[in-house]
Design a binder for this molecule. Structure first.
Ligand code: ATP
Ligand code: MG
Length: 424
């Protein structure tokens, strides 16, 4: 038996219904926020991620799925969405659209060669947004509000928002110098990765999963002491806007995020329920002014987040939340010999907006009624020789067991009056 690759999973049955429900909700929510759907390729030239995500990040140094195509080009399965969306934003000159800021969202699979474990897969799904061209701290707060409101709509209670600022370039550079100075005597005790990060990007050291509970980390310099006035003001405004939205948050100076490109606002949303497990960061994001310039020849600010579906589904299970996905159909058509007439009615029902199904297994009438129950059908229509001859169909309300005899031309009208169908 050939099995699926390590770190991947199949989606079917109840899980498929849950995922489709989540995607539907995301699309509706993003419509309300007036964000635009964007889709980019699953693979990009490797250099995009090297340049954008950063040479000192775990994602690029260890986790990418790299391959050469048949023309010997270096390609990479996307490990995250931001770099690709930024590339698309520049390449398609989306910045020349006067309708700014450019507010985009995506849903799709990402690929990272990680050690598979609960909450950590090699192919996983993310919902994310990227907003370009606005330097208004209000948009930072709005971006934070999206996952928060999404989780709230789903009914999740145990979530905690943590925010921090990495300041502007000036503040960040000062902070980097301080970190280099601070970690100097401890260089030998740092892990190999951190030794490598030490000069290139010492902020990454703070995000290291191997080193970060070592004793000397506690007294490492804090970003807040290196912020200039402008950076402080910016961070305060973000917080005021979050307050205006009545979003609860905690300022956590240890959050630096795993990617190289952030500045100013960074944030994470955690599942804060006891016993949830180690992979409890449901969502992360922040502002990345400068990334657009790193990839293209235009300089535009950006801010965004990405949230994972897998950890979200675990959180929902953990809090015993049942998603209200539809699990019933409107009509089940039972053919008694007259399969063609039944089949044609089935199509008419479907094209008129009803969820309808029939028997393809040559079941007995009794077994078909069982099948109708299994599908939670609201109505059952029986079509046999007599019905075809008279043009009058028997239709049964499968919940109340009431039976009606309806002229075949009036079936759709009858159902329209009794069921809310979705127009196609
Ligand atoms: P972590 O620190 O847990 O590795 P990250 O910083 O690498 O997370 P991001 O790149 O910010 O994560 O991705 C945002 C979200 O995507 C995460 O909060 C998580 O919900 C999800 N995610 C990231 N990597 C994986 C993975 N390998 N499997 C499943 N979900 C993931
Ligand atoms: Mg990671």
């Amino acid at each position: 038996m050939i099995q699926r690759p390590k770190g991947t999973y199949d989606v079917y049955g109840v899980k498929a219904k849950k995922i489709l429900y989540l995607e539907k909700l995301i699309n509706v929510l993003m419509e309300k926020y007036n964000y635009n759907y964007i889709r980019t390729p699953l693979f990009e030239k490797s250099e995009l991620f090297h340049r954008a995500v950063g040479e000192t990040t775990d994602i690029v140094t260890k986790e990418t799925y790299d391959f050469k195509d048949k023309s010997d080009r270096d390609m990479t399965l996307r490990p995250e969405g931001t770099a690709s969306v930024v590339r698309a934003y520049i390449e398609n000159k989306m910045y020349s659209d006067p309708n700014l800021p450019s507010k985009n969202y995506y849903i799709g699979p990402m690929y990272r060669y990680e050690r598979p474990q609960s909450g950590r897969y090699r192919e996983f799904y993310q919902f994310g947004v990227e907003v370009f061209s606005s330097n208004d701290p209000m948009i930072d707060a709005e971006v934070i509000s999206i996952p928060v409101n999404f989780y709230k709509l789903l009914g999740l209670k145990g979530v905690k928002v943590k925010i921090n600022t990495l300041g502007d370039t000036e503040s960040r550079n000062k902070y980097k110098e301080a970190l280099i100075e601070y970690f100097k005597p401890y260089l030998d005790s740092l892990c190999e990765d951190c030794k490598n990060r030490y000069l290139k990007n010492p902020l990454r050291i703070l995000d290291c999963k191997v080193d970060n509970d070592k004793e000397f980390f506690k007294d490492a310099p804090k970003m807040r002491d290196y912020l200039n006035e402008e950076s402080k003001n910016y961070f305060e405004k973000v917080q005021k806007y979050l307050d205006a939205l009545e979003i609860e948050y905690e300022v956590d100076y240890s959050i630096v995020r795993g990617l190289d490109y952030y500045n100013h606002t960074v944030f994470e949303v955690e599942a804060s329920v006891e016993g949830f497990g180690a992979q409890n960061v449901l969502c992360g994001g922040g502002r990345y002014n400068g990334l657009v310039k790193m990839i293209g020849n235009t300089d535009e600010p950006g801010v965004g987040f990405a949230l994972g579906f897998e950890r979200l589904l675990t959180a929902l299970e953990f809090e015993n939340i049942n998603l209200p996905y539809e699990d019933e159909i409107d009509v089940y058509v039972i053919p008694v010999g007259e399969k063609e007439t039944a089949f044609s009615l089935l199509q008419a029902l479907r094209l008129n907006g009803f969820k309808a199904d029939t028997d393809y297994m040559d079941r007995s009438i009794k077994a078909n009624f069982k099948q109708a129950d299994r599908l939670n059908s609201k109505y059952v229509i029986i079509i046999g020789e007599e019905e075809v001859k008279n043009g009058i169909y028997k239709i049964k309300n499968n919940k109340t067991k009431e039976e009606f005899e309806i002229n075949k031309e009036d079936i759709i009208d009858f159902l329209d009056q009794n069921i809310d169908s979705e127009e196609m």
